[in-house]
Design a protein around this ligand. Structure first.
Ligand code: ZN
Length: 77
């Protein structure tokens, strides 16, 4: 059982939206598999998901759009 790094509360699997503010662009990734603390609401990602998010952000920040909306399942490779 995973526990929250902030408060040691229980983590529950949920899909959340990840928002990255990079340079002049805001990237919003919807439907990210994540773990949310049932006590304090802290969101954490597995190692694999964190790597995917990093890749997605690196790819999209070159797209030259001000706001990019993507769905995790559409862009995760
Ligand atoms: Zn917590």
């Amino acid at each position: 059982m995973n526990e929250c790094i902030m408060c040691k509360g229980n983590l529950v699997d949920r899909y959340t939206n990840f928002v990255a503010d990079v340079d002049n662009c805001i990237i919003i990734v919807k439907g990210v598999p994540s773990q949310v603390c049932s006590q304090c609401g802290e969101v954490s990602y597995s190692h694999e998901v964190a790597l995917q998010l990093e890749k997605i952000v690196n790819k999209l920040k070159n797209a030259m759009t001000e706001i990019a909306f993507v769905h995790y399942n559409d862009v995760a490779a």
